[in-house]
Design a protein around this ligand. Structure first.
Ligand code: HEM
Ligand code: NAG
Ligand code: NAG
Length: 320
């Protein structure tokens, strides 16, 4: 056997072993896998990515919304696309809750779904589309690139009352730690995921209760900034940090100056249980990126529905 041939054979063997061990690892967890659509819809990744990129070129603020959509999907009923379902005469869906009032970007998901239904009908779930769109939005905004396992099935339940499972912006650090611990996250992973607030905005309604002079965590200077925003009404928006369209660690720097927008943001610096993590991320963006990608991949596997426990919706806005 020639040296070249044996070399290429052993290379093939290595790549087979790598492929097998990757899929075994993820099947071991929950039946998701990196190459889930390799045969059934090979162009899924470029289709999602190109559509997300095009949408974000038109409107960079949608990056925040797509990432938040993935969070709201996964924390309510698991990552099953339930956040996308429209209300009907007989059912008030998650979308109708105040928590979802400011979610946007549903049209981007519809656009992706339509293209995928043309290419490979009935194959790619809406839940996977949301997870992939969030991944591509993080990267587009300057954050880390991470690959995600796929194979989530879409759920059939979406009810307004389930959104009570979402953490509140009025929670203190212990409450945030507990809410995330119930879903298997460490305090450090909770702080890393909160770093998604490096993108986007909050409306005055989400923080105006802080402005009555009793919130000792708020720096007086930043309090004046928030008050100015709220002088334009409940729906006036405030960026979470000075670089709202770029995924970076500036959010953590803001917290260390008392310039967190939500009470739940500022409490991460106030609490001795999480302050060290905030400082570490404020000093080391690479560490934040590493922890964030691991935590969001984990978030994307929350209560995933598989096989006959779910469906692949034809239209992301309604069950089949
Ligand atoms: C730690 C608990 C969390 C709380 C209490 C919380 C709460 C909130 C609130 C109240 C807003 C503003 C909504 C508005 O006023 O319209 C918001 C925005 C946002 N949240 Fe969170 N969130 C949390 C965690 C997360 C996580 C884990 C992610 C994603 C991984 C995330 C991503 C976002 C993004 C990107 C925005 C900006 C949305 C936009 O500009 O359209 N949040 N969050
Ligand atoms: C956080 O909030 C809970 C519930 O309101 C309260 O019992 C607890 O004492 C608070 N913890 C801190 C450290 O303020
Ligand atoms: C995008 C969306 O469906 N938003 C809804 C959020 O909830 C409010 C009611 O609280 C609806 O009016 C919005 O249409």
């Amino acid at each position: 056997m020639s040296l070249l041939m044996s070399m290429s054979m052993s290379m093939n063997l290595v790549s087979i072993i790598v492929l097998v061990s990757v899929s075994v690892t993820f099947r071991g967890v929950n039946g998701l896998s990196m190459g889930y659509y390799l045969m059934s819809c090979p162009f899924v990744d470029p289709i999602v990515k190109n559509t997300v990129n095009r949408a974000l070129q038109n409107d960079p603020t949608l990056a925040a919304s797509l990432i938040r959509m993935h969070f709201h999907d996964c924390f309510v009923e698991g990552c099953d696309g339930s956040v996308l379902i429209d209300s009907t005469r007989d059912n008030r869906a998650e979308k109708d809750s105040p928590a979802n009032e400011s979610l946007r970007g549903y049209e981007v998901i519809d656009d992706i779904k339509e293209q995928l239904e043309n290419q490979c009908p009935g194959v790619v779930s809406c839940a996977d589309i949301v997870a992939m769109a969030a991944r591509d939005a993080v990267f587009w905004a300057g954050g880390p690139f991470y690959d995600i396992p796929k194979g989530r099935k879409d759920g059939t339940r979406s009810r307004i009352e389930d959104t009570a499972n979402l953490p509140s912006p009025f929670f203190n650090a212990s409450q945030l730690i507990n809410t995330f611990a119930r879903r298997g996250f460490t305090a450090q992973q909770m702080v890393a995921l909160s770093g998604a607030h490096t993108l986007g905005v909050a409306r005055c309604v989400s923080f105006k209760d802080r402005l009555d002079g009793t919130d000792t965590l708020l720096s007086p200077n930043f309090g004046r900034t928030l008050s100015r925003t709220c002088s334009n009404g409940d729906n006036a928006i405030q960026t979470f940090d000075a670089t709202a369209d770029s995924f970076d660690n500036v959010y953590y720097n803001a917290l260390s100056r008392g310039a967190g927008v939500l009470f739940s943001d500022q409490t991460l610096f106030a609490s001795p249980r999480t302050r060290g993590i905030v400082n570490a991320y404020a000093m080391n963006q690479a560490l934040f990126f590493l922890d964030f990608q691991q935590a969001i991949i984990k978030m994307g596997m929350l209560d995933v529905k598989e096989g006959r426990w779910g469906q692949v919706r034809r239209n992301c806005r309604r069950v089949n």
